[in-house]
Design a protein around this ligand. Sequence first.
Ligand code: NAD
Length: 293
Amino acid sequence: MTVETKTIEAVNGVKIPQLGFGGVYKIKKKEEFEMSIREAIRVGFRHFDTAKIYGNEQALGTAIEKSQIPPREKFFITSKVWNTDHGYKATKNAFEQTCKKLNVKYLDMYLIHFASPHYLETWKAMEELYMEGRIKVIGVANFEIQHLENIMKHSEIAPMINQIETHPEFPQNELHDYLKNHHILHEAWGGPLGQGNKALLEHPDLKTIAHEHQKTVAQVILRWHLQRGIIIIPKSSNPQRIKENSDIFDFVLTHEEMGGKISQLNTGRRYSIKPTGYMINPFYNRLMKIFMK
Ligand code: NAD
């Protein structure tokens, strides 16, 4: 198995590359952005995660086009509906704008970025786009069990994936089991590497495991996600790390390492704000714009 061939099937049978590239978030300089996408493609990444709010859908589309790896089917592209585009009509418009920027006719995956008000109407639009074949996998991000229950109660199609903060300090065990029981895939953000959290990447237990496998701590954490059946989208603009993050298919963590040492790192600590915390903050969209600069 390699970064190109290791896939996980969504409930509808669509194959999703389990290791994707989240490197398109917050990389601002054009040259650095293009270089990191080029490098990611070179080492075998085909799954790319973007969102309207990242402001680089167009740059990603251009970088993929420049890679000259036809056909479009070789790539798996995800984008997300931002909070200000919720509602039936606005979502359809946002989807068309995203496709235009990426220069694609369909998206492999489209997610609701946060469970903002009106997400049920947003979902209705996404269901229709899915039925029309414009989106291959529809899902959500930052949804909690209550939001998933609500969407499943009021909709025809259940979310196929939930992209949530996940790392060894915050493994999301309860939500992970819920997703598994409902055939919803678990995808990790912020994690997968804890957003580069130093204490995590230098944890002595992880260092010991890494040493035993002759791997880096980052590779051990990414491997831990893989073995939990989680889709991961690590971010890096450093060519050496991009390669390192792709090189996680030639070792296996033992039962003791998975269920013992690594699971003991669970402190229940998020590195990011609780998603519902964003929702109740009326200034959130403004704050987010400043934060993304
Ligand atoms: P991440 O866990 O991928 O951490 C990225 C950081 O880890 C990098 O900035 C770098 O400092 C460090 N890093 C990367 N590779 C490393 C290596 N080999 N060794 C040591 N350090 C390394 O976290 P993230 O960037 O927050 O999330 C990944 C992706 O998830 C993003 O790029 C984005 O696409 C997505 N995301 C989604 C949401 C959401 O709300 N849905 C929120 C944040 C991020």
